[in-house]
Design a protein around this ligand. Structure first.
Ligand SMILES: *Cc1c(COP(=O)(O)O)cnc(C)c1O
Length: 466
């Protein structure tokens, strides 16, 4: 944080939206713990029947399916431009996998999984950019490219999208730019796909962005702007720059429906994977999903898609760092982007760079207001300790953000009110048949030496908890 914003945070900290902090703490007692950087769990008391809540949003299954179809149309392009996608016929998808050894190891800690099986969704290993951003970010650029190509008469009905890998398409797109603000991974996804299509790309990076992510982008010919401030400022700068040039398209991580739809496609794909396991979320075997949350678009899109497909039998929770619980504060107070973590005296400094966001998306907060089951927070030490355990017991290498969700299952019992409510709804047998799916949102692109350092650090912390 710059000195100026630090001073500002200190002077404004006694009032938020004209209300004294003590009043906020009286109205929302969890704010006291949040302000002390403690881990908390918030359970949403505003849930509505899923069908009603979805209708209110105005977003339809057809829209998600149409996004899926667009991704399919681009499959031949992916196979041309990114040979690593040939084994999946040009689809960008990740596996789900059980983590039995990890789950057994958790038993020795205060964060044991209370019932059911723990699984991971390995978006950490998505092709092209190695994070959940390969879903929404890439999708939105494709959508834009398709629109430009159709308008210019380059793309005609019946043509294979392999054409997007041809020099004449690249030459056409080289007249246009794509811009985005990012803590790192979104910039990486959009930078890589834009460069592959021939667009000029400008990525506005917050101070959290890791050096290796910036270096990789520059190597791909992407123009990287760095700011000594947090994500919201990087986005604002990106938006301003883009507005100056009609040929620059700004990917708006805070408000984009397209981005959201791209993420939501994950739900359709997951359904296929669960079918394959012979598992359907139901009264007899509910599904619990834990999604690391930054500004909210990624986890929001996925959670929305899952609610659309599985209705009342999927329960979705967001996970945030204790230093950046923006969605937690936004949803709990119903103030969404009108409040930031800095307003409440928090520093938005976390090792989980993908989640270092101080102000949540209003769009996502509104869409999920009656759908999201809860939000919880997790310390940096906790994420690092889980990161080391995942490396040591499952040989899985993830970035810190990707571990935020893994303590989610423990809250379902640690929070006695939640446990009681669950036992009212489900039989103990049903809970034992449940699956906990922790979304592992990134990691495969982290350089070896950075990864080793985090693992080493995490091992020390892990030993302390035993
Ligand atoms: C961006 C990101 C998230 C969260 O996505 P948002 O859309 O910002 O909420 C989670 N994990 C990783 C690794 C990310 O890069």
């Amino acid at each position: 944080m710059s000195e100026k914003t630090q001073l500002q945070a200190a002077s404004d900290v006694n009032q938020v939206l004209g209300k004294a902090l003590e009043t906020w703490e009286t109205e929302y007692p969890k704010i006291r713990s949040i302000r002390s950087y403690e881990e908390v769990f918030w359970s949403n008391q505003n849930l509505k029947p899923v069908e009603d809540a979805i209708l209110e949003t105005g977003i339809t299954l057809e829209q998600i399916q149409s996004a899926e179809h667009r991704l399919k149309r681009f499959a031949p392009f992916f196979m041309e431009a990114f040979p690593e996608t040939r084994s999946t016929q040009g689809l960008l998808e990740s596996k789900i996998r059980r983590v039995e050894s990890f789950q057994a190891e958790l038993e020795k800690t205060p964060f044991a999984v209370p019932f059911g099986r723990l699984m991971l969704k390995l978006d950490s290993h998505l092709p092209i950019s190695g994070s959940i951003k390969a879903r929404g970010g890439i999708y939105e650029v494709l959508q834009h490219a398709e629109q430009l190509a159709v308008e210019a008469g380059l793309l005609t009905p019946g043509m294979s999208y392999a054409a997007f890998a041809e020099p004449r398409f690249k030459k056409f797109f080289s007249d246009y730019s794509v811009a985005v603000g990012s803590t790192g991974n979104l910039g990486l996804s959009i930078g890589i796909i834009s460069a592959a299509l021939g667009f000029k790309a400008q990525v506005h990076m917050s101070s959290d962005a890791k050096a290796w992510k910036k270096a990789l982008l520059r190597q791909k010919g992407v123009e990287v702007f760095e700011y000594d401030s947090d994500y919201s400022v990087a986005v604002e700068q990106g938006r301003k720059e883009a507005e100056k040039d009609p040929k620059t398209y700004f990917v708006d991580d805070e408000n984009s429906l397209n981005l959201f739809l791209g993420y939501a496609v994950a739900a359709l794909r997951l359904k296929g994977q669960l079918d394959h396991l012979g598992y359907t979320p139901s009264e007899a075997s509910p599904l619990f999903v834990y999604l690391p949350c930054g500004v909210g678009g990624g986890p929001g899109g996925v959670a929305f898609g899952l609610k659309m497909l599985f209705g009342e039998h999927v329960h979705c929770y967001f996970a945030e760092p204790t230093h950046s619980p923006c969605m937690l504060l936004g949803m709990m107070t119903d103030q969404h982007d009108a409040v930031s973590v800095q307003d409440f005296g928090l520093d938005n400094r976390t090792i989980a760079d993908g989640l270092a966001v101080g102000r949540p998306s209003l769009f996502v907060g509104k869409v999920l207001r009656h759908l999201l089951d809860g939000v919880f927070s997790v310390t940096d030490e906790h994420m690092l300790s889980d990161l080391a355990m995942m490396a040591d017991f499952e040989s899985l290498r993830l970035e810190p953000s990707a571990l935020a969700g893994i303590s989610g299952p423990s809250w379902l019992k640690r929070d006695t009110a939640v446990y009681k409510a669950l036992l009212k709804r489900y039989t103990p047998e049903a809970l034992n048949q449940s699956i906990h799916l922790s979304w592992a949102t990134g990691g495969s692109m982290v350089p070896e030496e950075v990864m080793e350092k985090d693992i080493e650090h995490g091992r020390k912390l892990y030993k302390k908890t035993l």
